[in-house]
Design a protein around this ligand. Structure first.
Ligand code: NCD
Length: 530
């Protein structure tokens, strides 16, 4: 029987709720004990045991642990496991991701494990593949698991990291104090911690990296939004010069293969700032554990090998836990376990929120009204006036944004003008006004476009000198379905340069900006237009 886990994709860690992850960890604990005790009966409760349950590994970047732990997990399940030889596949003939994965889904494969430089691939394929499945009568909707997408996320690594932290916390999820050390800029494993660590009630994060390898602002800000206490240090030396030192350290590898010439020239200096040295040991609190997603570099490891045989070593067990967590994840996706999951708070949807508010047209004539708020321009008898644009911004910024509104709304033809004004009430507070004479009708889609490009404005439609319709626009919860939207992250699957035909889509963030639905890159509403 199906349960809520069946066929679920995991593009980002937040695709599983906190309660769902806690359930997965509790199950992993049971499985791990069963495997260690060779308790066959319990192991069989997890086993998919279905040679028709096909798992496909598609690794377009190198991997040892993620790929092999999934392969071994699939063997535990006695399911079919295949590997796309990406180097010799039709990717090289310009085939799209959608066509490639639809083809593989057609050969009765239920789970895809994908590692790619392109960010947001799994989210896109999850959306795309349902139509293919419908067209071709494929009953089992394929699930897409992100095994690392560019600099974005690595949700299954996050699962095994969280599991290991809990294991070392005596399964307590009250609080966590964690130092993140190394390449926090490129490291997708540390980016997934932004939402991942919300499983702990109280989180303190110490970011240790030189500016060149620092955690991107967007992730750091979201950690703070998520209620984490965040501190920043330039090097391990600087960190150890103060007294509040974490007892869990998560090291990552400087990802030199992703860096430019300039930074590469300074690699020794940068590496030294995030490499542990012998003399640091005495500064560590009792029971400190070190973790690492691995691989570590054989010549320049940030955790030197002389620490392998010390109680600091948490990274080896962490890596072994990877297989247990992935076995259980597959059991859940196959619907083998999960029926007893107690459920979760319902996710709230902001989709239906109204953001174009019709206002009562004032009884004044347009002429009287416009004269009272603007200088030197004769108001129009028929046409439209978009008022209160970028209220409070600097005049130069307002002008620039009005040019964008004109372009996005197709208002560049015919008569009319735009100006900057201050309202009588707030001298010194600037706003922009665009007016266009002539009869016009605006469809619902036009109004949506206007809200997306000019939230906070007022639209007046004027006939015979009277305002006959008036709307106030607010930031829409989602912006999508317009051809001229584009995510500005060049690594995103939806970026036009990749030609994957993925329509850009954005969701409003807590701080009223717009996150790309695929790669999560955050933009202001002004930055999402081509
Ligand atoms: C990491 C990755 O690929 O994101 N490795 C892993 O999956 N365990 C980290 C890395 O490459 O340094």
């Amino acid at each position: 029987m199906d349960n809520i886990f069946t066929g679920r994709s995991l593009a980002v860690i937040d695709d599983l709720t906190i309660a769902e992850r806690r359930y997965l960890f509790a199950q992993t604990r049971v499985l791990k004990e069963a495997i260690i005790a060779n308790d066959k009966e319990t192991m069989d409760r997890f086993r998919i045991d279905d040679p028709d349950f096909g798992l496909y590994e598609v690794f377009l970047e190198d991997s040892t642990r993620t790929r092999e732990s999934f392969r071994n997990a699939a063997k535990f399940h006695r399911s079919k496991v295949s590997d796309l030889a990406a180097d010799s596949s039709s990717f090289n003939k310009g085939e799209s991701y959608a066509d490639t994965f639809n083809t593989l889904a057609g050969y009765h494969n239920s789970v895809f494990i994908i590692r790619s430089k392109l960010e947001g691939v799994c989210r896109w394929l999850e959306e795309e593949s349902s139509l293919y499945a419908q067209r071709n009568g494929i009953v089992r909707k394929p699930a897409f698991i992100n095994a690392g997408d560019g600099k974005h996320e690595h949700p299954t690594q996050e699962l095994l990291d969280e599991f290991t932290f809990l294991e070392d916390n005596g399964w307590e999820d009250g609080s966590l104090h964690l130092a993140l050390v190394g390449d926090l800029y490129h490291g997708r494993t540390v980016h997934s911690k932004t939402d991942g660590l919300r499983i702990f009630d109280s989180v303190k994060i110490d970011l240790i990296a030189p500016v060149e390898l620092a955690m991107p602002e967007s992730y750091r800000n979201r950690m703070i939004e998520n209620g984490f206490t965040v501190r920043t240090f330039d090097s391990i030396d600087e960190y150890l010069a103060q007294d509040d030192i974490a007892s869990k350290w998560y090291f990552t590898r400087p990802q030199l293969e992703r860096m430019g010439e300039q930074i590469l020239k300074r690699q020794d200096e940068l590496r030294a700032k995030v490499t542990f040295r012998k003399e640091f040991i005495e500064r560590l609190p009792a029971h400190t554990k070190f973790y690492h997603p691995l691989p570590r570099h054989r010549i320049h490891p940030t955790i030197p090998t002389f620490l392998d045989d010390t109680p600091l070593n948490g990274w080896e067990r962490q890596s072994i836990n990877g297989m247990y967590v992935r076995i259980v994840l597959l059991s859940l996706i196959a619907g083998k376990i999960g029926n007893d999951f107690a459920g979760d708070e319902k996710r709230t949807s902001r989709n239906d929120e109204e953001y174009i508010i019709a206002a009562e047209p004032s009884s004044h004539t347009a002429a009287t009204k416009e004269e009272s708020v603007s200088e030197g321009v004769r108001p129009i008898r028929d046409g439209l006036v978009i008022d209160h644009i970028c209220r409070g911004d600097r005049p130069a910024d307002i002008r620039r944004h009005m040019a964008m509104i004109i372009r996005v709304m197709g208002l560049d033809d015919g008569k009319g003008g735009e100006w900057i004004s201050t309202s009588k009430k707030d001298e010194g507070v600037f706003k922009g006004i665009i007016f266009r004479p002539g009869a016009r009708t605006l469809t619902r889609k036009d109004l949506k476009r206007l809200a997306a490009v000019a939230a906070g404005c007022t639209l007046n439609l004027i006939e015979g000198g009277r305002v006959v319709q008036k709307y106030r626009t607010h930031l829409p919860p989602r912006i999508y379905n317009f051809d001229d939207l584009s995510c500005n992250n060049e690594a995103c699957i939806s970026h036009p340069s990749h030609g994957e035909g993925v329509p850009a889509r954005f969701e409003r963030t807590a701080d009223n900006r717009y996150a790309c639905a695929y790669c999560g890159t955050v933009h202001t509403f002004k930055e999402i237009w081509k």
